[in-house]
Design a binder for this molecule. Sequence first.
Ligand code: 13P
Ligand code: SF4
Length: 303
Amino acid sequence: MDMQEKITRIDKLRKKRNAVILAHNYVLPEIQDIADFVGDSLELSIKAQQSDAPIIVFCGVSFMAETAKILSPESMVLHPNPASGCPMADMIDAQKVRSLKKEFPHAVTVCYVNSTAAVKAEVDICCTSANAEKIVSSIPENQEVIFMPDKNLGANVANELQREITLFPGYCPTHDRILPRMLADIKQQYPHAEALVHPECSPEVVELADYALSTGGILRYARQSNKRQFIIGTEEDILHRLRKENPGKEFILLNTALICPNMKKISIDDVLKSLENLQYEVDLSPELIEKARRPIEKMLELS
Ligand code: 13P
Ligand code: SF4
């Protein structure tokens, strides 16, 4: 079967099964192109919550598919390749959260959505890169805050809000390998470009950038800006949408190391098989869904 035949088959099956295909801004361009909706973690969570489709095919990493299941428990949520995980999410587990809560019994636990359902079930409130500042600001100034698992996002929020936050030492291997020197060099090469980076980059990189935004925020900013040239400090396949939506503007990837190998694991063949065989169903116990939903819903109420 050639690519076009596969896509035609996917289209037929999604109609027949009344399925919706959701995709993150980092997945392969050909997957973004067949999706019903492409977005950042917050936008995808809202879509899943609002969806009344009986089947959601989720093209992104595991924690995102889990979040869709938690917010749309009546739907069958399919993750076309369960090997597509997030190394940062795997840096913390429920036991580590319980130990932190013992160590800091009065602290509010804020958890980035890049975490497993089991971890979310232990925390007070979730956040995404799009709303992290807003969520932390909603916590009274006199209350201690523990932020997990991303030390970079947590430190960037702490700097922005001028607030002390206890950080769990997790990080995104893709964004954390970006060094300030790399951004400084490319800014010299393109002195008129605006530098937009993801807040999973280190505070030193964020300091050198013009803005640190979620992937959805980068897309919105680029659309409405009068500037013509941008340095992009996040995963390479966001460039697909940026270029498609802004044909007259130029987007330069900050560094060629900006690849999330896990986001590349979902292929057109995987999506086709997912719809043909209804695989692989995200299976979470009702108790876990119930516990993990609370901190996500708290976040959505504030977003
Ligand atoms: P966004 O929510 O900004 O899309 O980020 C998700 C992510 O995994 C970034 O690495
Ligand atoms: Fe996880 Fe980083 Fe990949 Fe995002 S880019 S899914 S944080 S490994």
